[in-house]
Write a protein that binds this ligand. Structure first.
Ligand code: ADP
Ligand code: MG
Length: 257
């Protein structure tokens, strides 16, 4: 028993010596970091360095051998089907495009994970969907189709859908990509509000410096050249004090605010 860590000392998420790859082609090696519950972690780095790939491993779309990814102490690769379901139901994912079904209304899109995992009385589902749409400011658009709303609104609808099962951890892939600056900053605000209100742990892949400094939390910098994490720290501290020029340069370009 003495060796058993107390539950509150188990990191919420632990990545240990993970290698990401496509077939024989290794993208990143020795990826190790831990996240506490409620923490926001920005995965940053140049285009094509492997940020989205890392996210795919973390949400189980790509699998690693055992011993590399743990959720609340459970090895993701060794989880039995029930544990796997329990873990993955705690995930909410906002993909780059918003990834809505074009033949379904906004409300139907948001209801989809609920229907799949927790079919409830239709009235209850309607209420839950309305609640999440209200959270992102889209309640009055619920009966429209994705093609009838703006790109920014589609992202918000994707976020409402990612939150419908009250996830403990939200993953975002380039949330501000393709958005006008006002919509992008609005989404940053919403992300921060959700984190503060619900204590949702967040992993955000981005290379948008405006977002990085608006959210201003921990960043993990992936570097294609060394195929590894080059820095792990607070955005502004790394920009001003990192001993690596590459990090300071990446974070300084356009970030003089
Ligand atoms: N499905 C895939 N099959 C093979 N290689 C891929 C695939 N997706 C991405 N890659 C390659 O993996 C590297 C990392 O890609 P990615 O994770 O998308 O980078 P980022 O999200 O940081 O821009 C890139 O060189 C990319 O070309
Ligand atoms: Mg990407």
């Amino acid at each position: 028993m003495e060796d058993m860590p107390m539950p509150h000392t188990i990191p919420f998420l632990k990545v240990r010596n993970l290698e990401t790859r496509y077939g024989q082609r290794v993208i990143m090696r020795n990826i190790s970091f831990e996240l506490k519950k409620g923490e926001i972690c920005l995965i940053i780095g140049g285009s094509g360095c492997g940020k989205s790939t890392l996210l795919r491993y973390m949400i189980g779309l790509m699998t690693s051998p055992p011993g590399h990814i743990f959720y609340q102490g459970i090895d993701f690769a060794l989880a039995d089907p029930i544990q796997y379901e329990q873990i993955s139901q705690q995930f909410g994912v906002l993909f780059q495009s918003g990834a809505l079904w074009s033949a379904m209304t906004i409300a139907e899109n948001v209801a989809l994970p609920l229907k799949r995992h927790h079919p409830l009385h239709p009235d209850v589902m309607t209420d839950l969907v309305s609640l999440k749409l209200a959270l992102v400011g889209l309640e009055s658009y619920k009966d429209l189709y994705p093609s009838e709303i703006s790109g920014g609104m589609r992202k918000l609808a994707g976020l409402a859908r990612a939150m419908i099962l009250d996830p403990n951890i939200l993953f975002f892939d380039e949330p501000s990509a393709g958005l006008d600056p006002i919509s992008a900053r609005h989404l940053d605000d919403l992300i921060l509000n959700i984190n503060r209100s619900f204590g949702t742990t967040m992993v955000i892949v981005t290379h948008d410096l405006e977002s990085i400094f608006k959210i201003n939390s921990r960043v993990i910098f992936l570097d294609a050249e060394t195929q590894s994490i080059l820095a792990d720290g607070l955005a502004k501290e790394l920009r001003d004090h990192s001993d690596k020029e590459k990090i300071r340069k990446f974070l300084s370009f356009h970030s003089d605010r």
